[in-house]
Write a protein that binds this ligand. Sequence first.
Ligand code: TYC
Length: 113
Amino acid sequence: MKLRHIMMSDKFDDDREASVVVQTRPKTKRPPLYKVLLLNDDYTPMEFVVHILERFFGMNHAQAFEVMLTVHKRGVAVVGVFSHEIAETKVGQVMDFARRHQHPLQCTMEKED
Ligand code: TYC
């Protein structure tokens, strides 16, 4: 916790200044959150994207299909919001899995405002 010095108007008789140290209100800034984005492309099979959304983003089949269709139609969608570390892990998992299956699927992260 940050400490703040308060100078007292009191003076010792030898010119030293008296001071006390008090605790300020603890500033607990919440860590920033990151959106994980999935991008459309013309080649990755729809079923593969649905599988990714189920496997790495905990969606059921209906949710995963709906989000996949949103990306397909609009070009991009937010598929989750996480701490920096978790978002990085998700992006890495998706990119690895897509590369291992030789699909050009792209996944990125972006700081939330
Ligand atoms: N556009 C792809 C197709 O028609 C499907 C797709 C959906 C690809 C979402 C990527 O993030 C994606 N096969």
